[in-house]
Design a protein around this ligand. Structure first.
Ligand SMILES: Cc1cc2nc3c(=O)[nH]c(=O)nc-3n(C[C@H](O)[C@H](O)[C@H](O)COP(=O)(O)O)c2cc1C
Length: 321
């Protein structure tokens, strides 16, 4: 158990924000697996400011996802404050998170947001402070090691001074993107230099990695991203292993097929069926990994277009269990 401001987080396992992945449907599944905290995918401050309907729909969240953090990205104090207030007033998430880690050119170069904020310490401070002052809930910040030069410790301290209540650290620079190995030493350095909770992130693929990161960096919690693609069970494995050393058991093809159906049903509750199907393609490809005679199954998945196609996939899975 740890606390972010006054928000109690029941364990040390946190779901990372992932655009196109961490929507309400998948967050509910992750929460059911026992995650202490889930982060919703990033939302553009400008899109909220200009009342983009598609973006507003992305803010969907349900009660049993709590505690939940909604992440926003932007580089303009006024619109970041507007977005934070709007999200607080309409959705009441438990936490607002500021994205200082996104490396994609559209965000970090064109909008000077995401990881680009790590290059401008003054602006980083102004944005965090303004957002903190605009909502009555805790504000957290998710950072990288740096943009090109490594300044995670300096930025983390600035965020703390500006009123952030926790820092999540993905220790790669913008230039590194997702390549190479996350340098957990930087998480350790950040933790040693701030007095707010630090959430370590990067390359956790198993419950053993989770334990190792906690031990090596002294961080307060671990955040898992790509390890959850097609593998929500990793959450319960981490929770159980940290709690009582319980070893994980392999996930069966039957469980994977059942999760595929469950996930689709959840997605259909928040998105039109056509969109849910298209989004399900990537999740289905991840879920079926490890199911035998994969190739024909994959061929069908990448072209599924409607409910009938989905049922065909389920039937193919059943034949292989
Ligand atoms: C598909 C995808 C989408 C992502 N979207 C976001 C995002 O919206 N906000 C964010 O802060 N990080 C985002 N990230 C980065 C992750 O939150 C995380 O920091 C990164 O994947 C490293 O953790 P991992 O090794 O556990 O995946 C994304 C990563 C992936 C793979």
């Amino acid at each position: 158990m740890f606390k972010i401001g006054n928000v109690v987080i029941k364990n040390q396992i946190v779901m990372a924000p992932m655009a196109g992945i961490s929507n309400s449907a998948y967050r509910q599944i992750i929460k059911e697996m026992g995650a202490g905290l889930v982060y919703a995918e990033m939302i553009s401050d400008k899109a909220i400011y200009y009342q983009n309907e598609k973006t507003k729909k992305m803010l969907t969240m349900v009660e049993n996802e709590r505690p939940i953090a909604q992440q926003i990205f932007g580089s303009d104090v006024k619109t970041m404050v507007y977005a934070a207030k709007y999200i607080y007033q309409t959705m009441q998430p438990d936490i607002i998170d500021i994205n200082m880690g996104c490396p994609v050119p559209k965000v970090a170069v064109k909008s000077k947001a995401g990881c680009a904020l790590m290059q401008d310490e003054k602006k980083a401070y102004q944005i965090v402070q303004a957002v903190v002052n605009s909502v009555p809930i805790p504000v957290t910040v998710k950072i990288r090691s740096g943009y090109d030069k490594i300044n995670a410790v300096a930025i983390a301290k600035i965020c703390e001074q500006a009123g952030a209540k926790a820092i999540a650290v993905h220790p790669r620079t913008k230039k590194q993107g997702y390549s190479g190995k996350a340098d957990w030493e930087i998480i350790k350095q950040v933790k040693a230099n701030v007095n707010i909770p630090v959430i370590g992130n990067g390359d956790i693929k198993s419950c053993y990695d989770a334990k190792k990161m906690l031990k090596e960096t002294n961080c307060d919690a671990v955040m898992i991203g790509r390890g959850l693609l097609g593998n929500p069970w990793l959450i319960q494995e981490c929770v159980a292993y940290l709690k009582n050393g319980k070893e994980p058991k392999p996930v069966s093809a039957k469980e994977k097929k059942a999760m595929l159906e469950y996930h689709f049903n959840k997605l259909k509750q928040i998105k039109p069926e056509k969109i849910a199907i298209l989004e399900m393609r990537q999740f289905a490809l991840w879920y079926v990994k490890g199911i035998s005679q994969l190739k024909p199954l994959k061929t069908e998945i990448v072209k599924m277009n409607n409910q009938q196609d989905f049922q065909k996939i389920i039937k193919l899975c059943e034949e292989r269990i």
